[in-house]
Design a protein around this ligand. Structure first.
Ligand code: IPM
Ligand code: MG
Length: 364
């Protein structure tokens, strides 16, 4: 199969982790006889510096002409004072919208080898396997009007949280369909005791749920869900929620399983999927070669599964990651007292090698 991708590595640690993710992808493509074709394009701060546009037309065209997009990260303090449309994040938000990627899947899975990395006791975190289904194109992120107006000292800022029934319905369906392939539980997270958006959310999710009698649907206010996520993470299956709640809870889920650096994501629903680690650009450690590339590498597994239906290939990468973690490989975010960290490149090399050796076993 031809795997035609656009890689938009972006800012901070984005290029470092994307490079390792592409090495893992190349290893799996070699092993399974696929042809990998990758175009690199700028996005975010990197694109702002080059063209004063966080999503240049050339980048968007390349993304639209490929079968899937692999993103590193966007965001840099250098642009903190820029107007909203000239911030790195604006490029990512526009790309999500242009790709119609309304469903953001963020798995948070506990790796037995990393039990000591979780701030939670082993008995609590063991067995955690959560799939956060985050609505990605609605809510306060995109709602109009939005503004900061008035004179310094008396300015007023406005954002609008907005959800249409159709937007809630389509993301709910994604969550229920995925739940059917898992433990058949959906927990819908909202703030229906305060927000109109959440009341509509709860009503529509309940309605969609009637078509999935085998799935157990629960509802939880977001504040309480945040608490349950650290108290009883292993009881979650699919967590369905709106854009901003999903942004917040997915970082928390990263902390629960030991490091945000482990979390991958798929943004799907449109014709072309977008795949990115959840962690962001981490400017404080950029360029040091110490970032954890596993979130990006596991995003490639999601890319193979969701954009190309290559489940064996995806599984091969996921098993390779588990294997290197079991052998004790740790980047700086994962080391405990007395352990020596390995670099971004070394972690990537070990995963690619594990992919290749699994291949050798398969064909032996
Ligand atoms: C994420 C990030 C983005 C978001 C930012 C960079 C716009 O935090 O993917 O979680 O808020 O969606
Ligand atoms: Mg986030």
């Amino acid at each position: 199969m031809l795997l035609k991708l656009t890689a938009v590595a972006g800012d901070g640690i984005g290029p470092e982790v994307t490079e390792q993710a592409l090495l893992a992808l190349q290893a799996v493509a070699d092993g399974f006889d696929h042809q990998l074709q990758v175009q690199h394009k700028p996005i975010g701060g990197a694109a702002l510096t080059a063209t004063n546009d966080p999503l240049p037309p050339d980048t968007l065209q390349a993304c639209l002409a490929s079968s899937a997009v692999l993103l590193g990260a966007v965001g840099s303090p250098a642009f903190d004072q820029n107007p909203p449309h000239l911030r790195p994040e604006a490029g990512l938000l526009r790309l999500r919208r242009e790709l119609g990627a309304y469903a953001n899947l963020r798995p948070a899975v506990f790796f037995p080898a990393l039990e000591d990395c979780s701030p939670l006791r082993g008995e609590i975190v063991r067995g955690t396997d959560i799939l956060i289904v985050r609505e990605l194109l609605g809510g306060a992120y995109f709602g109009q009007p939005r503004s900061i107006e008035g004179n310094p000292g008396s300015r007023v800022a406005v954002n609008t949280m907005r959800y249409g029934e159709d937007e809630i319905e389509r993301i709910a369906r994604v969550a229920f369909e995925l739940a059917m392939t898992r433990k058949r539980k959906v927990l819908s997270v909202d703030k229906a005791n305060v927000l109109e958006c959440s009341r509509l959310w709860r009503e529509v999710v309940t309605r969609v749920g009637k078509n999935y009698p085998d799935v157990k649907l629960g509802h939880q206010y977001v504040d309480s869900a945040a608490m349950l996520l650290v108290q009883r993470p292993a009881e979650f299956d699919v967590l369905l929620t709106e854009n901003m709640f999903g942004d917040i809870l997915s970082d928390q889920a990263g902390g629960v399983v030991g490091s945000l650096g482990l979390l991958a994501s798929a943004s799907i629903g449109g014709p072309i999927g977008l795949y990115e680690p959840v962690h962001g650009s981490a400017p404080d450690i950029a360029g040091k070669g110490i970032a954890n590339p596993l979130g990006a590498i596991l995003s490639v597994a999601m890319l193979l599964r969701h954009s190309f239906q290559l489940n064996a290939e995806a599984g091969c990468i996921e098993r390779a990651v588990s294997a290197v973690l079991s052998q004790g490989a740790r980047t700086a975010d994962l080391v405990r007292k007395g352990q020596a960290p390995i670099s971004t490149a070394e972690m990537g090399r070990r995963v690619a090698e594990a992919v290749t050796s699994q291949q050798a076993e398969r064909t032996a």
